[in-house]
Write a new protein. Structure first.
Length: 234
């Protein structure tokens, strides 16, 4: 709770105590509680503050594919105008200084190779798999990475995979029938880490401060008390 919130809450509490000792008439007391409830609702609506924790969105843009392999099945093809791009969200900046790399579990992700889009939300009858590993410096700058996201039908009739590492990107599509591969396409590019672009974006979260929650509770209590007193006179 901020200093301003604590100051306001303390002043409101002292104000209520003073007024409650001066209001002797029942009608005056009911009127005061109703007014206090309205004021509390209004103030609680604006007394919010951002929390210090926030999600971070990492976005990747890789170089265009160079090597293309297209099987007659399926009919569509990869092109040299396509590349691996995508993003994922984690609860905070990645700090992974272990030379062996660090596995992370993203909150969500979405990657494309120009033909296929793979996300962490599988549809009925499908399976998604992923692996995210990183090496960063002490400031969180990505030095090395290996990401694989895959999607397949439960009967393996269709399988897609997208991969990006600090040395190569890959897009792949495979068609099967009765678990026998009928055809598949693949696009590949070998590169160095500096050929790729990583960007980060902080997504702050806004939550009510404890003072706001206390005021909401005070407002609801006042309205409930007023309603109960009104019902007793019907």
């Amino acid at each position: 709770m901020s200093v301003a919130s604590r100051t306001f809450t303390g002043a409101l509490y002292r104000f209520v105590l003073r007024c409650s000792t001066r209001l002797h008439g029942t009608a005056l007391l009911h009127s005061f509680i109703r007014k206090l409830a309205v004021v509390s609702c209004c103030v609680a609506g604006v007394m919010t503050a951002p929390v210090s924790l926030a999600n971070v969105v990492y976005t990747y843009t890789g170089p265009n594919f160079i090597d293309i392999f297209d099987d007659p099945i399926p009919s569509d093809t990869y092109t040299t105008a396509m590349s691996v791009t995508g993003s994922f969200t984690v609860p905070g900046l990645i700090i992974a200084t272990d030379p062996a790399g660090t596995l992370i579990n993203p909150l969500s992700y979405s990657f494309t190779d120009g033909r296929n889009i793979i996300t962490g939300n599988p549809v009925a009858g499908s399976v998604v798999e992923n692996a995210f590993a990183f090496l960063t410096d002490s400031a969180g700058t990505i030095l090395d990475w290996a990401i694989v996201v895959a999607f397949r039908h439960e009967d393996y009739s269709l399988a897609q995979a997208i991969q990006t590492t600090s040395t190569a990107d890959l897009g792949q599509l495979q068609i099967a029938d009765n678990f026998v591969v009928q055809g598949g396409d693949q696009a590949f590019v070998r590169h160095v880490a500096t050929d790729s672009v990583w960007t980060t974006r902080v997504v702050p979260s806004i939550v009510p401060e404890p003072a706001s929650l206390a005021l909401v509770g005070l407002a609801l209590a006042g309205l409930l008390f007023s309603r109960r007193r009104k019902n007793t006179h019907i």
